[in-house]
Write a protein that binds this ligand. Structure first.
Ligand code: MG
Length: 374
């Protein structure tokens, strides 16, 4: 039996959490625990173990082949869901650390936050939700929980990853779900998960600007009417008057992430010090910054998400998902065995939705060419 007593083992880390983390943080020694009882790990805390289980999951690896805004594999420089996820984890950890929250829990939730997305981003989600309306709909947060609770099959004694109650609650985010119908889940949304939600917003808002400009769909001059962008450009150009356009863009994005993170940390700290309690909406931008971000989001909707090239690519994705769904509902025997096996307990349509949701963009595209459409 290995002796870990002289190392910085789980117990010493739990001790350090007690003295180092804020009282409103999730301490791993106070976790509600896992649905299926397991011995604690000698070295890693329960949230570190959650994080590692997520990283080793199949769903996590597939993030590499899934669209953020641009169809995966259309350009090497754009974000995929995997690189987006890593950015979210990095931003969330920075915020959590400064607020003395549990960085490991934030990291675990961040790494899992997008694993429920079907191929082709929101276009894929919209059409699956429409097709699944008679059977309970489709929504990516619920699907992410389904993946970690049921669809990952890696352990001998149970389906899913058997994550802690707090990580599972974090995966569902702020939305209104009937938590009573979900066994063994925490009811309070941890602050660590709220941090991930805001880190997600900071990440996609800034990198969609970055990728949008890189792709040529957004122009720098079009952004001049957005105060948040204009102020950041002015500040960068004041320091570096001779900088080329590409480096201005990169410095501006970096500056914006910094500003947003600093704002969240100072504003949240102020909120927590004043109210001394928290709810599901404690971590948020101030009304003034909310307005600034809303202007950017509005700009991105009008000029990037509804750009004719993006819309065209979305309608093709819509058709692919629609035809794959009809194809596998008609011929369920052609699905992978693990999805076929669940038809009896989960129903035909739900099992088909699970199968399609797990596909990467490339797999869906190739499978569609080979089977469903042409
Ligand atoms: Mg995300």
């Amino acid at each position: 039996m290995t002796n870990f007593n002289n190392l910085f083992n789980r117990q010493s880390q739990e001790q350090q959490e007690k003295s180092g983390l804020a009282p409103y943080a999730c301490h791993s020694s106070n976790s509600i625990g896992r649905l299926y009882k397991e011995d604690e790990h000698p070295i890693r805390t329960c949230y570190q173990r959650d994080r590692d289980r997520i990283i080793h999951s199949t769903a996590f690896r597939r993030l590499n082949g899934k669209t953020q805004v641009f169809v995966a594999n259309t350009g090497d420089h754009y974000r995929t869901r995997l690189t987006h996820t890593l950015e979210v984890a990095q931003i969330a950890r920075s915020i959590s650390r400064m607020l003395r929250l549990n960085e490991d829990l934030s990291e675990a939730v961040a790494l899992a936050h997008d694993i429920g997305h079907p191929p082709f981003g929101h276009a894929g989600e919209r059409v699956l939700d429409e097709l699944m309306q008679p059977y309970g709909g489709f929504e990516h947060n619920r699907q992410a929980l389904r993946m970690v609770d049921l669809l990952e099959t890696r352990y001998p004694d149970y389906s899913g990853l058997n994550l802690t109650a707090e990580t599972r609650r974090g995966i569902l985010k702020k939305k209104n779900y009937d938590l009573k119908s979900i066994p063994g889940i925490a009811h309070q949304l941890p602050l660590e998960a709220q941090v991930v939600d805001i880190a997600d917003e900071i990440s996609y808002t800034t990198h969609d600007l970055d990728d949008g400009i890189e792709s040529g769909l957004l122009s720098l001059s079009g952004l001049e009417d957005i105060p948040l962008w204009r102020d950041a450009v002015n500040a960068v150009c004041e320091h570096y008057p001779d900088l080329d356009e590409k480096r201005i863009r990169i410095r501006v994005i970096s500056r914006l992430i910094n500003e947003l993170v600093n704002h969240i940390v100072t504003y949240t700290f102020q909120q927590l010090s004043t109210h001394r309690s928290f709810d599901d909406n404690t971590i948020s931008f101030s009304p003034e910054w909310n307005e600034k971000i809303a202007q950017v989001r509005k700009f991105l909707f009008a000029n990037l998400y509804r750009h004719p090239r993006v819309v065209q690519s979305n309608s093709r994705s819509d058709e692919i998902v629609r035809q794959l769904f009809a194809h596998y509902c008609g011929k369920p025997d052609l699905m992978s065995p693990s999805y076929r096996m669940r038809i009896e307990t989960e129903g035909l349509e739900r099992s088909v939705a699970d199968f399609i949701a797990g596909m990467t963009d490339r797999y869906a595209e190739e499978d569609w060419k080979a089977n469903a459409g042409m």
